[in-house]
Design a protein around this ligand. Structure first.
Ligand SMILES: [Fe+2]
Length: 301
């Protein structure tokens, strides 16, 4: 069996788990092997680990630094490409209850250091291989007749420093307002072993509940990103999630945690709060295009 065939069967396995459990955790060592076969170079894997050093600010959260970018997955041309800048909004209708719910947020834009990194590009290809064709519970006001996907990529650094407490998900129990969420861990400094655990909750869990106040009977799964490229995939409208606090091991120094979140959904339909922010036009100043692939024999959904 060639390396590529071996990796294809690993992805098929991950996809089957995702279809069965509506959730999958991929260890970073396995994902590193997979994305190297999908085009990630050793040099770019190294650069990806420190790309978050270039983050500057966040429009609403003092303990976070964030950049975002929109990417379109087009199964017709089998390409992913950078889409033009649009503001970002998550509302209570998305199961997102926070002080800035429904607020139009303008993030710094993801630059070429991240979008032209071959490891990042291979992560797009990997995500598409896992989720394309998977049947999910439909969200209201998304266009499921469209074959297009819109993926908002967030590069986030959460920081705990003295009185500033880093909450990877200040909103408590929530969903991301999309169809398929993928989170990929890039690294951390001075973080305790019990920090930033991700909990998956049944849809009956109450939005906004803090992670430590949730109902144990409604807990579906628990995972922790510890190693470079540890990755969670979640069918976003079939469970809710929360993330525990980022604690500093040495309290005299800052703690940081770096993550990529790939939030992927169908384009919105008329009447959706993001209808004005859902362009499929390419980004003129920061163009990027990468070829997608399909598994030869994807399991049926
Ligand atoms: Fe989330």
């Amino acid at each position: 069996m060639s390396n590529y065939d071996a990796v294809t069967s690993e992805i098929t396995e991950i996809r089957s788990t995702y279809i069965r459990d509506r959730f999958a955790f991929v260890p970073g060592t396995q994902l590193t092997r997979i994305i190297k076969e999908l085009g990630a170079t050793d040099d770019d894997l190294k650069k990806l680990a420190s790309v978050s050093d270039g983050l500057k600010s966040d429009p609403t959260l003092p303990f976070r630094k964030t950049r975002t970018g929109r990417f379109g997955f087009d199964p017709r041309s089998m390409r992913v490409r950078r889409l033009e800048f649009q503001p970002f909004m998550l509302s209570m209708e998305d199961d997102f209850v926070r002080h800035d719910s429904g607020q139009v947020r303008i993030f710094d834009e993801i630059q070429n250091d991240l979008q032209l990194n071959t490891a990042l590009q291979a992560l797009f290809v990997f995500k598409f291989l896992v989720v394309e064709g998977v049947t999910v519970t439909h969200r209201p006001k998304l266009d499921y007749d469209s074959d297009q996907w819109i993926c908002t990529l967030l590069n986030v650094r959460t920081i705990t420093d003295g009185d500033l407490i880093g909450e990877p998900a200040l909103e408590g129990v929530h969903s991301d307002g999309v169809d398929h969420t993928m989170t990929t861990y890039l690294g951390s400094e001075n973080m305790t072993d019990d920090s930033a655990v991700t909990f998956l909750h049944d849809m009956r869990e109450v939005n906004g509940t803090r992670w430590h106040d949730t109902n144990a009977d409604l807990l579906r799964a628990k995972a922790q990103h510890r190693d470079f490229l540890d990755t969670c995939l979640i069918v976003d409208h079939e469970s809710k999630h929360s993330v525990s606090t980022l604690y500093a091991a040495d309290k005299s120094k800052p703690a940081t945690r770096d993550l990529l979140a790939f939030l992927t959904r169908k384009p919105v339909a008329e009447g959706h709060h993001s209808h004005a922010f859902d362009s499929l036009k390419p980004h003129r100043e920061l163009p990027m295009t990468v070829g997608l692939r399909l598994l030869d024999s994807a399991p049926s959904t």
